[in-house]
Every structure is written in C-alpha cells, then in structure tokens.
Write a protein that binds this ligand. Structure first.
Ligand code: CUA
Length: 155
C-alpha cells in the first residue's frame, strides 16, 4: 500500500503528540504529584455524626492561633448553621457529606469545594474583611437545594 509522504508526516506528528501529552500527564501525576482535587481523608458516610471531629461540628482554635472549622453537609442544611470567626484569622475548613454530593462555596473567598460522602475535603482562607459571609451549596442535591445555605460572621 502506498502512503503519501505528507500523510506519513501527519501520522508521525499525531502519534508523537499523543505520546508527548501522555508523558506530560504521567510526569505531572507521578513526579509532580498533581492529582484531581479531592480529600485524601476518608470517613464512613453513615457514621459522620459519631465520628470525631465531626461529632462536634464547628470551630476549633489551634495552638498556633489559627482555626479549624468542621462542617457536615446534609439535605438541606449545613451544620453549623452559623459560625462566628474572629477577624483576620486563618481558617481551614473541613467538610464531608452525610448523604449525597453537595457543594461548599463561600463567595468572596478562596473556598470552593465539593462535599462528597465518604471523603473529607479541606481548604484554607484568611478572613480579612469583617461582616457576614454566605456559605452556599452550589451542587444540585435535591428539591430544596436552593435553600441550602449557612452564615459565617467575621467579627
Ligand atoms: Cu446541597 Cu445543593
């Protein structure tokens, strides 16, 4: 079978690019340790309310002066519903779901996560602006999805 010279160039080019991009993905995943964003910490979704630290959701102060906030997402609310945080504090949010996949989004901050049953997701933010922040579920989770929100007060 006769393959035209230009056709052969293009096939070589296409195959080379395929190998090149697969190699890039491999290097990123294994050498640079870049993986899809998801919590590495697992939890039994049927026992969230009994599993520390989610048995006492809310804010904890750490010895270095920063905070941890533990949240449970469940149709159709977040626990805690209101969280009070001192201004200028660095907070690491931890969230898991006790039922279906929810969203965990605080507009005007870096916090934008998924709350996935079986997993604990986390993200950090420093609250520089005082005032009231909204925490909303931005992942469709059922009939009352639009009413799933909580408040964060930075004082
Ligand atoms: Cu929870 Cu939408």
């Amino acid at each position: 079978m006769q393959i035209h010279r230009y056709e052969r160039w293009w096939m070589t080019f296409g195959f080379t690019m395929l190998v090149f991009f697969l190699l890039l993905i491999g290097v990123a995943a294994f050498a640079d340790n870049i993986n899809p964003p998801s919590g590495m910490q697992q939890i039994d979704p049927t026992k969230v309310a009994q599993t520390p630290p989610f048995d006492r959701p809310g804010l904890r102060k750490l010895p270095d002066g920063s905070y941890e906030a533990y949240y449970i997402a469940q149709v159709f609310e977040f626990t805690p519903r209101v969280l009070t945080i001192p201004a200028a504090s660095k907070v690491t949010f931890y969230v898991t779901s006790a039922d279906v996949v929810h969203g965990f989004f605080i507009p005007d901050t870096d916090i934008n996560m998924m709350a996935v049953p079986g997993w604990v997701n986390s993200q950090q933010h420093t609250f520089t602006r005082r005032g009231e922040y909204l925490l909303i579920c931005h992942e469709y989770c059922g009939i009352d999805h639009q009413d799933m929100f909580a408040k964060i007060e930075v004082q």
